[in-house]
Ligand binder design. Structure first.
Ligand code: C2E
Ligand code: MG
Ligand code: MG
Ligand code: MG
Length: 292
């Protein structure tokens, strides 16, 4: 087909590629300006103890608020941020902003929480990562255990000796470490044992069809079991229904995150929720009925 397409089509194709490259470059330039113009913000999604329904943490999720484009989700700009390495300053900003917010909530007397922040592979490669995080915690007077770093299996699959070193120094600092989107990457179980993670996050693709897909149910059971034998906490992402939550609770999963409880919220709305969560009978998800 390529042959019969001929010269004109080939030109057309390169023109299209040029257009795409130009679009990418312009998005990159726009992102750079957005960063300089402070157009990024964080939303916070509650993480709950499945059993008690109480809030135990929050995942900070970046958003781009642009006058022309509106509120842009990460899927629309993180790939370009990664390619251009802008993810390093932007992601570091997110880390610091999450620390600042955690301090503000503590100062307002709101219940203490663990704040989870996503760390891209390029950020993870920063030579001074542990010092950088230590200085942020210090600046805001936060205990290291109030911060959890989420990395994906792609991060873990970099040069092993360096990864071991970095994870060990973060662990020594006292921050918590979670593997995000667990089950979708290529990390080996041997690494899982060797690296000192605290938590596995079951990818939401395995959660979606709980109740109808026996394979996904088996995968979730296996991940929870793996977490248990390795002494790790387990949290399920993307929990949207009570049936999914009940399955996960019965499977022994510790925590959940998802639209069933709340979508990612603005800092103000999250603070309001935290305020309400002080009530002794507070639950963000219905209690599981008829479970033993
Ligand atoms: P992630 O870390 O796996 O975040 C979970 C994603 O699932 C979030 O998408 C969240 O809004 C979405 N989600 C939560 N509950 C549900 C649910 O019940 N159903 C469904 N369908 N989705 C749910 P979001 O906010 O669009 O973020 C996408 C990804 O962007 C994140 O995936 C993370 O990899 C990346 N990201 C977000 N913030 C940052 C950041 O500050 N730094 C870095 N490096 N990456 C970030
Ligand atoms: Mg995450
Ligand atoms: Mg995830
Ligand atoms: Mg529990």
């Amino acid at each position: 087909q390529a042959k019969s397409a001929g010269r004109n089509n080939y030109k057309f194709y390169t023109a299209d590629m040029n257009a795409r490259a130009a679009e990418r470059l312009s998005l990159e330039a726009t992102l750079r300006r957005a960063f300089e113009g402070s157009e990024f913000l964080l939303h916070y999604q509650p993480q709950l103890d499945l059993d008690s329904g109480r809030i135990v943490g929050a995942e900070a999720l970046i958003r781009w608020q642009n006058p022309k484009r509106g509120l842009v989700p990460p899927s629309r700009f993180i790939p370009v941020a990664e390619e251009s390495r802008l993810i390093v300053p932007i992601g570091n900003w997110a880390l610091r902003e999450a620390c600042r917010q955690a301090r503000e909530w503590l100062d307002r007397g709101l219940p203490p929480l663990t704040i989870a922040v996503n760390l891209s592979a390029l950020q993870f490669q920063q030579a001074n990562l542990t010092e950088l995080i230590a200085s942020m915690l210090d600046e805001y007077g936060l205990p290291p255990s109030a911060l959890e770093l989420e990395v994906t299996e792609s991060v873990v699959m970099q040069e092993v000796d360096r990864v071991v070193k970095t994870l060990a120094s973060l662990k020594e600092l006292g921050v918590k470490l979670a593997i995000d989107d667990f089950g979708t990457g290529y990390s080996s179980l041997a690494y899982l044992k060797r690296f000192s993670f605290d938590k596995l996050k079951i990818d939401r693709s395995f959660v979606h069809d709980l109740g109808t897909d026996r394979n996904d149910e088996a995968i979730c059971l296996a991940i929870v079991g793996l977490a248990k034998v390795l002494g790790l906490k387990c949290i399920a992402e993307g929990v949207e229904t009570q049936a999914q939550a009940i399955f996960l609770l019965a499977a022994g999963c510790d925590e959940m995150q998802g639209f069933l409880a709340a979508e990612p919220l603005t800092a103000d709305r999250f603070a309001t929720l935290l305020e309400q969560s002080r009530q002794p009978d507070f639950r963000l998800i219905p209690a599981a009925q008829g479970l033993t």
